[in-house]
Design a protein around this ligand. Sequence first.
Ligand code: KG4
Ligand code: ZN
Length: 341
Amino acid sequence: MDKDKIITLAIESSCDETSAAVLEGGRKILSNIISTQIPVHQKFGGVVPEIASRKHIINIMPVIDEALRTAGTELSDINQVAVTYGPGLVGALLVGVSAAKALAFSRNIPLIGVNHLEGHIFANFLSSPELVPPFVALVVSGGHTSLVHVKDYNSFSLMGQTRDDAAGEAFDKVARVMGLPYPGGPQIDKLAQEGDPLAIDFPRALQEKGNYEFSFSGLKSAVLNYLNSMKLKKIEVNKADVAASFQHTVIEVLLVKAMAAVKETGCDTLVLAGGVAANSSLEKRLREEATRKNVKFYFPDKILCTDNAAMIGCRGYYQALAGHYSDLYLNAVPGLALEDL
Ligand code: KG4
Ligand code: ZN
């Protein structure tokens, strides 16, 4: 079969988005349906795993149906099924994995278990048809912050990751103490636009040269301490300045390490991935610095930054080309790491 004509149905249910997509070949999106549960979890200030699983169960089949319908395809047109099997919430992952296994079994078509983080990186292939490996990927999501040397479609090496909080998690936690709704990343992003990024000097961790690990829990605590000490002193804080200074600190840490990783690997391309890639200032600063250093810079369309099934389909397609299929014993792996491949 012509590989550009392979039709992949992809499923994503690792956290609070139920998503299904249909792809033709590796990079052409025929549909990408995303049903978000954000409004459901908002009143709890974060994702409630049990509620997420139940919502996925309700949404999964209608979302798959809609993805097939929007793509103008029937189940019988599908050549393979790709599904996120980790990392994520176990109950949430199991819904997608079970649906994918049932479809693969009943249609007798191959099943491809996909690592969610690799999916985030591959979102860039959908947004930028000209992008090819090798490159350095900066993956910044709610659960992960990693620098990955993508040597080829199926060859990666993990250069470093966070020791504690992920960048998105720090955004969400800081937003929460500032009384902003979940998810906090976009709220901080918006508020920061009215603030002074240099107003407060927050600490940056692990700044030694050649260190590609991250740590954001100290920064998060510094913001909390700042807010508490101001409260005790009865000094009114400028929330926009706090948001802008916090965001500036995160961005500068990410930027310095990402550019150093590009230099060390000898790559001429930097790729941004994950939910935090939707941050307008992060994208702008990385672009400025990349242009200054003659490095090509890519980041996904906003809709492909946060969780979606199209990125899982793209990753699954390239895995399948290399013969990396799963069997029907595929299980959810909540702590699945982004490891050297
Ligand atoms: O990749 P994603 O959709 O889910 C995970 O796999 O974790 O990322 C969600 C994370 C959340 O922490 C959210 O606050 C953050 O991405 N986020 C942002 C922005 N939009 C989403 N963080 C900063 N600025 C944004 N504009
Ligand atoms: Zn994600």
